[in-house]
Design a protein around this ligand. Structure first.
Ligand code: FAD
Length: 286
């Protein structure tokens, strides 16, 4: 089923992101995560896609099939375009179609000095235009409440996001953020720019200090002062930081729900304990 059809019948969606394990044997262990996630009845689970490497890409498709066939949950397959040409994207799209997978999160992918870029798709919107012209997938796109790191400014970023939606993105999943006010301001800018598709906030629960440092350098997310203080206080106490991170993510989600957000997308990091604990915290609210 297409995510847009699921969304039509629900006030808001609950979804998770997982990534394909790097090693073959770990694919079996993913069952533990999927079993716990499926008990939480998500509307969809999205599966990330490694830039440029075909082994990883096959694992994405394999995992998406597992989610659909064994867990009866709608998968969303992430697909990056910068390192592929039309023929290669056709090959992925044909495989997805043959497997009955109907939803793609269409991404450009990060620039990587070690992998040559190809000329067919310079931006996610280029691949979205191509997929919409040639296939019948529901297309999701990525958005950045605190601006994409390569963008000169947020105005340019929103203008580019509008191009993505005009090209055919029907549903937007956001980059993680820790300050809901930034998400609300971003949504206002989207509305002013005529972006009228659902914009779903992405929440990443903080579980340890190393993870948060990595996230902050990778994705531009800003830490509000009160959360910075919490992290500083507990950064050397792993269990306390885990508890504080869970509570912070739950309070972020409750605030988003109170403000009528159209869904919650949880970055699970393949950690069923994290997803289980967050969902336990919001089960009577969502
Ligand atoms: P684009 O939409 O192409 O944007 C990239 C930059 O180009 C932005 O600065 C934008 O403003 C600008 N731009 C866009 N369109 C135009 C245009 N027409 N003209 C001029 N400038 C333009 N990466 C992976 O490798 N695998 C994953 O599975 C993955 N999953 C993700 C899931 C989510 C929810 C998010 C938010 C990101 C994910 N990423 C993933 C990371 C993503 O690939 C990077 O952030 C990448 O740098 C940008 O991808 P994009 O699709 O947003 O690119």
């Amino acid at each position: 089923m297409k995510i847009t059809d699921i969304h039509k019948n629900k006030k808001r969606t609950l979804s998770f992101e997982i990534f394909p394990p790097k090693k073959d044997k770990e694919l079996d262990n993913i069952d533990e995560t999927l079993t716990i996630l499926s008990r939480l009845s998500p509307d969809f689970i999205s599966v990330t896609f490694g830039a440029g490497g075909s082994v990883n890409c096959n694992r994405t498709i394999e995992l998406a099939k597992k989610i659909k066939d064994e867990y009866h949950i709608e998968p969303v397959v992430h697909l990056t375009s910068l390192h592929y040409d039309k023929k290669e994207i056709d090959s992925f799209a044909d495989t997805l179609k043959a497997e009955g997978i109907e939803n793609i999160l269409a991404l450009r992918g990060d620039k990587r000095p070690d992998i040559p870029e190809k000329d067919d798709f310079h931006h996610a919107s280029d691949m979205i235009t191509y997929l919409k012209a040639n296939y019948d997938f529901c297309i999701l796109g990525a958005c950045y409440p605190e601006c994409h790191p390569e963008s000169e400014n947020c105005v340019e970023d929103i203008k580019n996001l509008k191009k993505k939606v005009d090209a055919g993105a029907e549903y937007l999943l956001s980059q993680l953020f820790f300050d809901n006010e930034n998400f609300y301001r971003f949504k206002e800018k989207c509305i002013l720019a005529g972006i009228d598709v659902p914009v779903i906030p992405g929440i990443m629960p903080v579980i340890n200090a190393a993870q948060i440092k990595r996230m902050l350098t990778m994705c531009n997310a800003k830490l509000p002062e009160h959360f910075r203080k919490i992290i500083a206080k507990y950064e050397n106490n792993q269990t306390a930081l885990f508890d504080a991170g869970m509570s912070y993510a739950i309070s972020q989600i409750i605030d988003l729900l109170v403000n009528d957000t159209e869904g919650i997308h949880l970055y699970t990091m393949n950690n069923p304990v994290v997803a289980g604990r967050i969902c336990e915290g919001i089960k009577n609210i969502i």
